[in-house]
Design a protein around this ligand. Structure first.
Ligand SMILES: *Cc1c(COP(=O)(O)O)cnc(C)c1O
Length: 406
């Protein structure tokens, strides 16, 4: 990259909300911008192709589809928009039910509400923190019935139309048992792969495991466009419908004829340009995350009360966020006290998400045997793992965590 394209100062804000006033602040996870971002974005500016069509949009779509081994990709304004469109395209109707894990960022559950459907909250398993396929099977076999080609929740009588398994924190869900159930009981799988681009399940990329999958390029994800998303699928009808709905459902762009209500969920060429540059570095980012995780694992494996993030034998995690579980008894303090003690050392950390089935606007919906999500919310803490985390700063995090031991 030519020098004059590079900014002279680092304008990157910490994306997770704490102002990095001090030089020695260590953020949780911030973007790494070290490739062709300036070059490609300048190309957009130079050619006036800044808006919602352009060669970078096409290129980002085809390169991402290729990366995750799917035929089609539709770029969107963010990951939430992609999930919203995915539910519409999959045929989820108002009054249907959609299963979602209780432990996740809230976005997928909100999109279920956007389409007028109802979430059913499923527990996660305690090893890899992913939606629990055994509990899912129990729910379907024991709490649902098969009526005229539809799976219905016996308690509510509503049709179970889909599930949104979330590949949480960079680790894939155990998709095979979920796919078997979906096939047997005729519901759709929309994979929320927003946190786990680059991860693999039994050798296959996340994003290739479902009817439709969604990615996010928000500032804290493994690659970023500042804000952006992508829907991927092997199904041409889904892809065409997704493109139609996300571009205002224009049936005649000259006469402005719309036969359906669409959305303005497009990604701009400017952002796609950044996405293309980021994607070129994705594999090196994943490799860097693996190094960071390995260095933490090595030390923390021997620390009583700190459980390192586990990786299933069928999984290749990206360790998007490196999340430890803190056992108050054995470690001597709980996760929130550790958060505070790290903050004193200017080290940012973050708990897992408040189980979303307890959020005020979700509390009246059905939860199925949610237990582990609460414990994990109590114990979980994500610690700094930016791609550009230096060895020296990682050592500071390690020292801060080990020095709490008596
Ligand atoms: C980040 C994230 C999203 C949404 O992505 P945005 O681009 O921020 O809309 C959806 N689901 C999960 C699990 C996420 O972590």
């Amino acid at each position: 990259m030519s020098e004059n394209l590079k900014p002279t100062t680092d304008h990157r804000p910490p994306v997770t909300g704490i102002k990095a006033s001090a030089e020695d602040f260590i953020p949780l996870s911030v973007p790494s911008i070290q490739g062709n971002e300036w070059k490609y974005i300048k190309e957009c500016l130079d050619t006036n192709w800044v808006s919602s069509v352009g060669s970078f949009v096409d290129r980002f779509e085809s390169e991402l589809a290729g990366y995750v081994d799917q035929k089609y990709a539709v770029a969107m304004s963010n990951g939430t928009a992609a999930l919203h469109i995915a539910l519409l395209v999959a045929g989820v109707q108002p009054g249907d039910e959609v299963i979602v894990p209780a432990l996740t960022f809230v976005s997928p559950a909100n999109t279920i509400k956007y389409v007028g459907a109802h979430p059913v909250f499923m527990d996660v398993e305690p090893d890899y923190l992913q939606i629990d396929p055994q509990k899912l099977a129990d729910f379907i076999e024991l709490e649902c019935s098969w009526q005229d080609g539809d799976l219905r929740n016996s308690q509510t009588g509503r049709r179970i139309a889909a599930i949104i398994p979330v590949d949480l924190l960079g680790h894939p869900v155990d998709m095979t048992p979920i796919a078997d159930l979906a096939k047997k009981y005729n519901f759709k799988i929309i994979e929320d792969a927003t946190e786990s681009l680059g991860a693999k399940y039994q050798g296959k990329h996340v994003g290739s495991l479902a009817d439709i999958a969604c990615f996010s390029f928000n500032g804290n994800k493994i690659i970023t466009t500042g804000g952006g998303g992508m829907l991927v699928t092997d199904n041409k009808e889904y892809a065409d419908k997704a493109r139609y709905l996300s571009t205002q459902a224009k049936d005649d762009p000259v006469e402005y004829l719309h036969n359906e209500m669409g959305y303005n969920y497009r990604m701009t060429n400017l952002l796609a340009a950044m996405g293309c540059a980021q994607l070129e570095n994705l594999d090196s980012y994943v490799a860097k995350k693996h190094c960071i995780a390995a260095a933490y694992d090595k030390i923390f494996s021997d620390i009583p009360g700190i459980r390192i993030p586990l990786q299933a034998e069928w999984a290749e995690s990206t360790y998007w966020l490196y999340t430890v579980l803190v056992d108050r008894e054995k470690y001597g303090m709980g996760s929130r006290e550790l958060l505070n003690s790290l903050a004193e050392e200017k080290i940012q950390s973050r708990p897992l998400w408040h189980p979303i089935n307890t959020l005020p606007y979700f509390k009246d919906y059905q939860s199925y045997k949610v237990e582990h999500a609460y414990q994990l919310y109590n114990d979980g803490l994500s610690i700094p793992c930016s791609v550009d985390l230096t060895e020296q700063n990682q050592q500071r995090v390690i020292n801060a965590i080990t020095s709490n031991l008596c």
